[in-house]
Design a protein around this ligand. Structure first.
Ligand SMILES: Cc1ncc(COP(=O)(O)O)c(C=O)c1O
Length: 280
């Protein structure tokens, strides 16, 4: 959607990489879509709706072969796996504070130095200037200050730093591995539920179990399971075109985090059985 807003402003064509039945990106189609006219590839590192881990390193190499830049949305990757922006060769990489156990309203944008230096400021305000003159115009501070107009979200940034320290102290790989175990356990357990369909079955997946149940609307499942003390997310997960592609308008999504336990997965499965029994 941000690209649609920008396209309306400056005019460019958005091309969409299709997904395969298991939720993996169709890499053959991606190759075909790239051309010397491609300016920017924007892709999720990990899909929040399906859990698919996209092959961003390969996608970056292919984008660069065509002279395009790549911007990776890592909101769902940074909390679950080590991200090496240099190994990926990402031009830009972004993630949100509230997905790494930090506060809302703050996040991280990595950009290659030369690209950031070449870009104009996007907002004016305090701290982003070097000199201001009505006659000679304004010169801007060096990066990152050029992009940080006005008083920053000081408390949020400090809290985000603490959250990242905590994630590092536990070990992001250990977190990802544990979430993988919870996902495998839950995936196996829901396999026995009649009429339940998992959306997102790609071989490389993060700890997200997205599903629909025949004869039961996802919103009803979400509402009732909440009454049993289980918090899942329902809806389109900010991914309406993707859900439409799978022929649904909402899914239920159980997401696993560092602090979840196998016993909690058992409670979730038990509650899910009860809820399905109520709505069918
Ligand atoms: C993959 C992904 N990108 C972006 C966002 C939005 O992040 P923010 O609300 O910090 O802009 C989310 C979830 O909120 C997400 O899951």
């Amino acid at each position: 959607m941000p690209w649609q807003l920008l396209a309306a402003e400056i005019g460019f064509t958005i091309k969409v990489v299709p997904v395969e039945a298991n939720g993996a990106l169709d890499m053959g189609a991606y190759r075909e879509l790239l051309s010397e006219r491609t300016k920017l590839v924007a892709v999720n590192h990990v899909s929040n709706a399906l859990g698919t881990i996209n092959p961003v390193q390969e996608m970056a190499a292919l984008a660069h072969q065509h002279g395009a830049l790549i911007l990776i949305d890592g909101a769902q990757a940074a909390p679950h796996q080590v991200v090496d922006v240099q190994a990926i060769n990402a031009d830009f990489y972004a993630f949100s504070g509230h997905k790494v156990y930090g506060p809302t309203g703050v996040g991280v944008l990595y950009g290659k130095q030369a690209l950031l230096e070449a870009m104009p400021p996007w907002q004016g305000g305090g701290e982003m200037i070097k000199t201001v003159s009505f006659d000679a115009g304004t010169t801007f501070a060096a990066i990152p200050h050029k992009f940080e107009a006005g008083t920053p979200a000081i408390a949020e940034v400090i809290a985000l730093g603490r959250a990242l320290e905590w994630v590092e102290s536990v070990g992001v790989n250990a977190i990802g591995a544990w979430e993988g175990q919870l996902l495998d356990y839950a995936t196996q357990a829901v396999g026995g539920i009649d009429g339940l369909r998992i959306l997102g079955t790609a071989p490389h997946k993060a700890g997200v179990l997205s599903f629909v149940v025949e004869g039961a609307h996802s919103q009803d499942i979400g509402l009732l399971i909440d009454q049993l003390g289980i918090a899942i997310r329902t809806g389109h997960h900010c991914a309406q075109p993707l859900l439409a592609h799978f022929g649904v308008d909402a899914t239920c999504r159980a997401s696993f985090a560092a602090y979840n336990t196998l016993e909690e997965v058992d409670s979730f499965i038990e509650a899910l059985h009860r809820v399905i029994g109520m709505v069918r």
